[in-house]
Structures are given as C-alpha cells and as structure tokens.
Design a protein. Structure first.
Length: 341
C-alpha cells in the first residue's frame, strides 16, 4: 500500500512513516523542513520515502501538484501547528494551518485516483473542556479555549462537513494527544524540556504540574491509527475515533516528570514550578476510547509505567537514533503479535 503522510518530518510523522515502511508499505511525505536536531534528521529518515516534498499545506496549488505526483492509496494527515503556547503567539497562523490546511488536504485527496482511505488527525483537545472525570466520548460537544484547541476543533468540524458534502472515499477523524516517546524535540513539551534540562544540568520549569493528561506512548497511538485505517479499507468505516489510555490511568504532569527522572536514574530534583502567569490550559483531560476498543479490537499495549520506561530507555541509550527507532518498533510489533491482536 502507498501511504502519504503529511507532517512526516515531525515527531509522530517520523515514527508513523518508519513503522509503515517496516511493515512493508511504500511511504511518501509532505511537510515543512524538520526542526533542528529532530528525530527525522538524526535518523536520516528522508531515505525511506518515495517522495519527500517540503510544502506548506496552506499552499493549495503546490499541495495539489504533489498529491497528483504521489498518487497515494492512503492519506494520513498529521501536519499541524501543534503547540498551545505557540497558538497564543500566532493565532491566525495556527487557524490557517490547522483548519484551512486540513481542508486543502481533503480537497487534494480528490486528485488521488486510487485512494482507499483518508485519516485526519485532530487532538484530544477538540472537546469543550468541562473537567469531565469519566473521559470524553466521540459524541461530546466540541469546543476550545486556546487558539490551538479551537483551531483543531474547527478542523474537526470542517472535516465532518466536507465528508457529508463532498466525500467519495472513506474519511475518518482520529482524536488523540499527549503522546510520549523517544526523539521528541519540540519546545514546550514535558519530556523534551526535561531531556534538555538534564543535558545542561539545569532544572526544567514546569507550567502546570498538577494537570491530568491522557499520557500514551507514540507507538500505541499510531497503532490505533493503523487499526482504524485497516477497517476503513476493509469495511468502509468512517466517523470520529478516540485513541487514549484506559480512563483509570489518571496521571499528572508531576507524576510523569518524577517517573521519567527515576527511570533515568536521576535522584536529585530537576524541576521547579513555573511561578509566572501562564495562558489558559485545561487542567483535567481524559479520553474514553471504548468505541475503538470494542469496534476495532484496538488496545494499548504499554501502560503508563511501560510508556515512560520506553521513553527513558530511549533517552539514556547511546545507540544511533535509527537503530533505536527500529528496535522499539520491532519490539512493539512483537508485543502486539504475542498478545494475538
């Protein structure tokens, strides 16, 4: 199968692309250039792609030309402006990329003559946050306080409208977020900030240590995406799907920080609470993923402790990045096959 991954130079996109390649698929990508010191650069992933286009998804004309050239059978749309605090600094750009960029991708999909499925990735933050303790389900109200959350909710709604109005092949929306794993180098994310602080022998400044998030290893999340795509192709399913850890896995930012540093064998406290005034972010966020568990037979194979351990193992290993990626993907697929799902 020929997959097109937008945002393939990013954290999730890099892992997704290599996992698909190791499973025997052909992979092409459309994205901006990778961040400096990104996993994409360190693992030299450009060599795995049949086509590696560096295009801004707001540029509809260039996007259409690339899709016409690639002729994918499956599109996985991951490209986004993914950071909450960045969205406060660049709100219009965030909406342009996340909403209009998504519509451009959907429009360009009409140019793929052999297209079987399109998966649009939004986020766990599309839901109108009410500090719900049981986890949001797919039919809950969408919303968004900060520009990032609102722009992704807008992209989600725009996708639903486009599918009802113009959709010809199966289109689905996957909602997930707060993934952790090796090689993330973005700013304003917990694990990368910790790794940078450790390397500089400094203390990381943590904004919301008491906030609860649905922490999930990146490979569990991506396995959800591929499980959904398989059913889209075989059964033509669409709609909206949550992918998150079990709702009884309730862990704060501070718990993640402490467990990660312990797994890295760091005994001294390496973080402090940020005392400055910060823009609004949700305090309590959980996803209910029973729909995916029941209808896709999907499950997460790495609980919170294992997900943090795999991430810490990556951070403390001296193996080349590509080898580390391959080792963890193969170990995850073996774990999945061992459990028979």
């Amino acid at each position: 199968m020929h997959y097109l991954v937008t945002g393939h130079t990013g954290f999730k996109g890099s892992w997704m692309s290599l996992m698909l390649k190791l499973q025997g698929h052909e992979v092409s990508g459309i994205s901006l250039n990778p961040l400096k010191n990104s996993i994409f650069e360190k693992a030299n992933l450009t060599k795995i792609f049949s086509h590696d286009f560096r295009i801004d998804i707001r540029d509809a004309q260039s996007l259409n030309k690339a899709v016409t050239k690639i002729q994918p059978e499956v599109i996985v749309h991951l490209a986004a402006q993914p950071l909450v605090r960045e969205s406060y600094l660049k709100p219009l750009e965030t909406f342009e990329i996340n909403m209009m960029g998504t519509l451009n991708v959907l429009e360009s999909s009409n140019l793929a003559k052999n297209l079987l499925a399109t998966l649009i990735i939004t986020t766990d933050k599309v839901y109108k946050n009410k500090n719900k303790l049981t986890g949001y389900i797919e039919t809950d109200e969408l919303g968004g306080w900060d520009p990032y959350s609102a722009s992704k909710a807008a992209a989600d709604l725009a996708t639903q409208s486009w599918v009802k109005s113009f959709g010809k092949t199966p289109v689905a929306i996957a909602r997930a977020g707060n993934v952790i794993g090796g090689g993330d180098s973005a700013n304003d994310r917990i694990i990368p900030d910790l790794v940078r602080a450790i390397s500089k022998n400094q203390k990381a400044v943590i904004r919301y240590p008491d906030a609860i998030r649905p922490w999930q290893h990146v490979l569990d999340c991506l396995n959800g995406y591929t499980s959904l795509i398989e059913q889209m192709i075989v059964l033509g399913v669409g709609g909206e799907w949550n992918f998150g850890p079990n709702t009884n896995e309730k862990h704060s930012v501070a718990e993640l920080v402490e467990k990660f540093t312990n797994k890295c064998n760091i005994k001294e406290p390496i973080w402090i609470r940020d005392s400055t005034q910060q823009p609004h972010e949700s305090n309590y966020l959980l996803l209910d993923s029973q729909k995916a568990r029941n209808m896709l037979n999907w499950q997460d194979y790495l609980n919170f402790d294992m997900a943090v351990e795999w991430t810490a193992n990556w951070a403390t290993s001296e193996e080349p990045d590509l080898d580390k990626m391959i080792d963890q993907i193969n170990l995850f697929l073996k774990l999945k096959n061992t459990k028979g799902i």
